[in-house]
Design a protein around this ligand. Sequence first.
Ligand SMILES: C=CC1=C(C)c2cc3[nH]c(cc4nc(cc5[nH]c(cc1n2)c(C)c5CCC(=O)O)C(CCC(=O)O)=C4C)c(C)c3C=C
Ligand SMILES: [Fe+2]
Ligand SMILES: [Fe+2]
Length: 344
Amino acid sequence: MSKGVLLVNLGSPDSTDPKDVKKYLGEFLMDPRVIDVPTWARTLLVKGIILNTRPKKSAEAYQKIWWKEGSPLIVLSQRLQKKVSRFSDIPIGLAMRYGKMNIKDGLQQLNDQGVDEVLIVPLYPQFAMATTETILVLAEELRKEFFPHMRFSDLPPFYNNEAYTKVLAKSIAEQLENLDYEHLLFSYHGVPERHIRKSDVTKSHCKIDGSCCQTASAAHQFCYRHQCYETTRLVAEELQLKPDTFSTSFQSRLGFDPWLQPYTDRTIERMGKQGIKKMAIVTPAFVSDCLETLEEIAMEGEEIFHEVGGKEFTTIPCLNDRDDWAQTLSSWINEWAEVKTELA
Ligand SMILES: C=CC1=C(C)c2cc3[nH]c(cc4nc(cc5[nH]c(cc1n2)c(C)c5CCC(=O)O)C(CCC(=O)O)=C4C)c(C)c3C=C
Ligand SMILES: [Fe+2]
Ligand SMILES: [Fe+2]
């Protein structure tokens, strides 16, 4: 068998034109693992409400962060792919879950290079049904329909992998080296609380009451909340942060259901009101900088902080295509590539 890799990220609209943003959001939000309500309710919510209002607002946000080369998320993912390819001996493909560069095309390209054993690498450190799961489910559907001769493995979430948390800690330390910040906020993309309960394989562990995520459980293999808190804990340990100088929050909520708390925007506001003048923020749910880091955090977050008296707001870049991150990812890939494939 001949091995290859498909890195998979979220995707972006084709351009910042509201029409393209609407098309992209339509595909993204109609995914039953993103808005997990019955089809009729999702259709009503997405096509009847969200797509009539959100694309214009989102397009304006995308316009603020868009690069000459295109979407930062896609450009940065391509740079990562290029670097990982340099450190690996097998073909490294790149695909997006939504929009252009889709997973089917990515698999086809690997197929055309003679690859029949694929490592799917969701570019998300923590598991979530709206990210990792939807990639793996779609990839398997595509395999069955179009590439039945292929075999798939997948890279597990790396939220607590020592090499990853060390690289993340190093990237933070570099940014904070000459800053006397008072608080470091770890802000993760939010999900509705319901998603956490749905992914609980024990069906009884996740209470979202602040305690369950610290109690060992089989549920944690699929618990986004647990995995986010673990990333924070391990990175804080590596950086030797004092207990009151860092915390965790969740950003980007949409709609009226309860999402994971504390919310990032309210946390930034509270910190400013409590008299914190210098804060830094890191966004470890994202491997590549994107709308949610460059606009929601670096622009909106900073504005909130300044409005309530904050002075210095430092946004730490995602790992993007850092050499040490690309090398870490390549080392996982090379480890997988070296394992002898047993005949089925
Ligand atoms: C119900 C909605 C959403 C869930 C659940 C959700 C989970 C989730 N998303 C990411 C990563 C990204 N999300 C991005 C943008 C984005 N996310 C949602 C909604 C949900 N996400 C929307 C509507 C948007 C579009 C922008 C907007 O209108 O605000 C992005 C950025 C993409 C880009 O082009 O830059 C990323 C990345 C994770 C990791 C996650 C669950 C853990
Ligand atoms: Fe999102
Ligand atoms: Fe939990």
